[in-house]
Design a protein around this ligand. Structure first.
Ligand code: TYM
Length: 332
C-alpha cells in the first residue's frame, strides 16, 4: 500500500513557496494515494511562538490546505500535538539517530545561526521528530519542497538503523517526492535566497492571505535586472531573479519552463510582471477567498482537525504498540 505523509509548520502565514513546493502537489497526489497532511505544531515550538498566534496559525494552515483543495473527508488533516505517538516515537528515534547525523543538518545550522549554544534542544532534534511523523504511519511517500531533502535522507537512515538494530523489517524507507518546476521558490527581493516565513521583509514573499492588490504590488516591486528576458534556459544563468519569476509563472500556469521562456523571450520585466501578476491573482485569489470564508468559521476548521486527529490516532496506535513491543517496553 502507498501512503503519503507530509507536514507544514504553523509558524505564520503560508507563502507561495509552501503552496507551489508542497500543497499544490498534495492536491494532485490525493487522487492516487491515501494521505495524511499534518500541521506540525510540535515542530513550530522548536522556536518560541506566542501561544495565541500558534493556535491561530494552526487553524490558518489547516484552512489553507482545505481551501487549496485537499479533500478532508477522503484524507486526513490534523495537528501533530493531538496524536501523542509523534512525540513518543520521536523519543525512540532520539535514541536511534546519531549525533554525527544531526550535526550534518544544514537547516539546523541556518536556523540556529551564530548563536548555536542558545538554540533549543528541540531545534536540534527536529529531524528525529520529522522521521517519527512519517514512520508512525509507515508512510511510503513524502511530497515536499527541495529544502526538506536532507531531512528525508535522515528519515531513511533512521528507518534502516531501527530495522537493523532490532533485526526487523518493520519500517519502509520512504521516498521523497520533489515535484514540479517550483521545488525551491526564491525570495522576491533576492533571487539567491529561499522564500521563507522568517524573512523580515513582507515584500520578499507572497502569502496565501494576500489580496489581489497586495499580490500585484509585491510582483511589481520584485527585484529584477535591466536586461530583456532570454530565449533559452542557458540565458537564465547568473540571472536568479529572472529564473525565479519565470519558474513561478511556469508552475502557476502548469506549463514547462521551456515554453514559459519561449512565451516571454525578448520582453522586458514590466510586461512580464503584469502577466505574472494577473496569473498569480487568478490562481491564488479563489484560494484566498475560500480561506477567508473558512477563517470566519473556526468551529468548522476545528471540526476537520478533530476528526482528522481521531482517524490519525486510529491508524497510528497499533503501529506504536508494535514499536513498543519491538523495542522491549513491557506492556503491563
Ligand atoms: P515548512 O513548514 O518549512 O514548509 C512546508 C512545505 O513547504 C515547502 N517549502 C518550499 N517549497 C518550495 N520553495 C520554498 N521556498 C519553500 N519553502 C518551504 C517545504 O519543503 C515543505 O514541503 N520540516 C517541515 C515540516 C514537516 C514535514 C514532516 C514535512 C514536519 N514533519 C514530515 C514532511 C513530512 C517544514 O519545516 O516544512
Amino acid at each position: 500500500m502507498s501512503r503519503i505523509f507530509s507536514g507544514i509548520q504553523s509558524t505564520g502565514n503560508l507563502h507561495l513557496g509552501n503552496y507551489l513546493g508542497a500543497v499544490r502537489n498534495w492536491v494532485q497526489l490525493q487522487h492516487d494515494y491515501e494521505c495524511l497532511f499534518c500541521v506540525v505544531d510540535l515542530h513550530a515550538i522548536t522556536q518560541w511562538q506566542n501561544p495565541a498566534d500558534l493556535k491561530a496559525s494552526t487553524r490558518e494552515v489547516a484552512a489553507a490546505m482545505i481551501a487549496s483543495g485537499v479533500d478532508a473527508k477522503k484524507h486526513i488533516i490534523f495537528n501533530q500535538s493531538q496524536v501523542s505517538g509523534h512525540a513518543e516515537l520521536a523519543w525512540v528515534f532520539n535514541c536511534v539517530a546519531r549525533l554525527g547525523w544531526l550535526n550534518r543538518m544544514t537547516q539546523f545550522k541556518d536556523k540556529a545561526g551564530k548563536n548555536r549554544e542558545n538554540a533549543s534542544v528541540g531545534l536540534y532534534a527536529y529531524p528525529n521528530l520529522m522521521a517519527a511523523d512519517i514512520l508512525l504511519y509507515k508512510a511510503t511517500h513524502v511530497p515536499v519542497g527541495e529544502d526538506q531533502k536532507q531531512h528525508l535522507e535522515l528519515t531513511r537512515d533512521i528507518a534502516a538503523k531501527f530495522n537493523n538494530d532490532y533485526g526487523v523489517d518493520f519500517f519502509p524507507l520512504p521516498e521523497p517526492m520533489i515535484l514540479g518546476t517550483a521545488t525551491r521558490v526564491m525570495s522576491l527581493k533576492d533571487g539567491t535566497k529561499k522564500m521563507s516565513k522568517s524573512d523580515p521583509s513582507e515584500l520578499s514573499r507572497i502569502t496565501m492571505t494576500d489580496d489581489a492588490d497586495t499580490i500585484a504590488k509585491k510582483i511589481r516591486k520584485a527585484k529584477s535586472d535591466p536586461d530583456l528576458l532570454p530565449d533559452s534556459e542557458k540565458g537564465l544563468e547568473d540571472r536568479p531573479e529572472a529564473a525565479n519569476l519565470l519558474g513561478i509563472y511556469a508552475a502557476l500556469s502548469d506549463t514547462p519552463l521551456d515554453d514559459t521562456i519561449a512565451k516571454f523571450a525578448g520582453e522586458g520585466f514590466g510586461t512580464f510582471k503584469q502577466h505574472l501578476a494577473d496569473l498569480a491573482v487568478a490562481k491564488l485569489g479563489p484560494i484566498q477567498g475560500e480561506m477567508t470564508r473558512l477563517m470566519d468559521d473556526p468551529a468548522y476548521v476545528d471540526g476537520v482537525l478533530k476528526d482528522g486527529a481521531e482517524r490519525a490516532r486510529a491508524l497510528s496506535e497499533p503501529i506504536m504498540a508494535e514499536i513498543k513491543d519491538i523495542v522491549g517496553f513491557l506492556n503491563v
